[in-house]
Every structure is written in C-alpha cells, then in structure tokens.
Design a protein around this ligand. Structure first.
Ligand SMILES: CC(C)(COP(=O)(O)OP(=O)(O)OC[C@H]1O[C@@H](n2cnc3c(N)ncnc32)[C@H](O)[C@@H]1OP(=O)(O)O)[C@@H](O)C(=O)NCCC(=O)NCCS
Length: 175
C-alpha cells in the first residue's frame, strides 16, 4: 500500500460491508497485540474475535455507533469504531456520564506515525459532536504504552485505572 501523501483527498469515509474482512483482520491484530506483545491472559484471536465482532456491531447498531476508515486508493489503512454509552457511576454529573466510547482504533504498522489516527479521531469527534455528544472516552491496556501515549497526545486525560491481582488458591498458599 502506498504511504499517504501530505494530504490525501477526503481519505476518511464510513465503513461499508466490503470493508468487513479487513476490519476483522485488524481486530484480530489488536487481540494478538493484547495477548502476545502485552501479555494479558486473552483468548486467541481465532476464538475471541468472532464473538467480539458480533458484540461490537450489535453495539454500533443499537447505540448510535460509527465505524470510520482511512482509505488509501481503495485500501483500508486504519479505522476507528465507537458508539454512544452511559456511565453507571451515579456520583458523576449527568452530563459527564453520557459519552461516545471509542472502542477500537488500528493503523497498519507501516503507516503509523503519519497522523492517520489523529485524522480518524478528529473526524469521529466531529461527527459525534454533531449528534450532541459532549465527551469522548477511549481506553488502552496500561502495558500498551504506544496507545496510552498517543491518546494523551490526542488530548485525552487519563481518568480511571483498573488494577488486577491474582488470588492464590489455598493449595498454592500452603506450599
Ligand atoms: C495507537 C495507534 C492507533 C496510533 O496510530 P498512528 O496513526 O500511528 O497515530 P498518529 O500518527 O495519528 O499519532 C497521533 C499522536 O500520537 C503520538 N503517538 C502515536 N503513536 C505513538 C507511540 N507509539 N508512542 C508515542 N507517541 C505516539 C504521535 O506522536 C502523535 O502526536 P503528535 O501529533 O503530537 O506528534 C497505532 O499505533 C496502532 O494501531 N497501534 C496498534 C493498535 C492499538 O494499540 N490500538 C489501541 C487499542 S484498541
């Protein structure tokens, strides 16, 4: 795939049915990254991704969601997916509880660092703003340092961190 020129003409569009295999392949890559590189106990992509794709497209259909792709000469260079959601935290101000969740972002490895994620997220934000959405949320696994740094560069504040601890079984504790 050619690298994007300084400014591609209208490279961002809504995903169409023909994009689905490419999107699934990129969602598998995200799962491979979580499982391998980052090392969390995650299901292999061939098992997890079909379930995830079904759930993601259900949320996109039912919760005013959106999938945008960055198209370079008919090839998908990257995508962003997300949907509207409501935080269950009753302690937060009502306005803050409503947000658009950016659930997935991926840019092809050889096209990273060129501003494709920045352009995709800016377009996603603009479209959600037109729908009256006031806040965006995005997450990354803490060990995914690249994504964590990118979200901060793209104007997101870290809001909440989930800590995990494995509990030793009684047998393990006794030895
Ligand atoms: C994270 C990811 C989407 C970034 O895409 P990208 O197109 O390379 O990002 P951009 O070129 O638009 O960069 C946006 C900003 O983030 C910064 N950034 C991007 N990747 C970075 C990294 N690995 N480390 C530090 N900063 C980074 C850029 O410098 C840029 O900031 P600047 O414009 O102020 O210089 C891409 O690396 C990716 O697909 N990663 C694998 C999938 C993934 O982890 N997705 C997130 C979990 S769903």
């Amino acid at each position: 795939m050619p690298r994007p020129s300084v400014v591609e003409q209208n490279p961002i569009r809504e995903a169409i049915a023909a994009d689905r295999p490419g999107l699934v392949s990129m969602l598998e890559s995200i799962q491979r990254l979580r499982r391998g590189l980052i090392g969390y106990p995650m299901r292999p992509p061939d098992q997890a991704t079909p379930d995830y794709v079904a759930e993601l497209f259900r949320l996109i259909d039912e919760q005013d969601g959106l999938v945008l792709v960055y198209d370079i000469q008919g090839q998908v260079a990257g995508f962003v997916a997300g949907f509207v959601a409501r935080d269950g935290d009753v302690n937060a101000e009502p306005d803050f509880r409503d947000y658009a969740m950016i659930s997935d972002v991926f840019v092809r490895t050889n096209l990273r660092g060129l501003g494709i994620a920045r352009a995709l997220l800016a377009d996603f934000e603009a479209r959600m703003a037109k729908r009256g959405v006031k806040h965006l949320r995005i997450s990354s696994k803490v060990k995914n340092e690249g994504a964590t740094l990118a979200w901060e560069r793209l104007g997101f504040d870290p809001y909440e961190t989930v800590f995990v601890k494995s509990i030793a079984t009684p047998d393990e504790g006794a030895s």
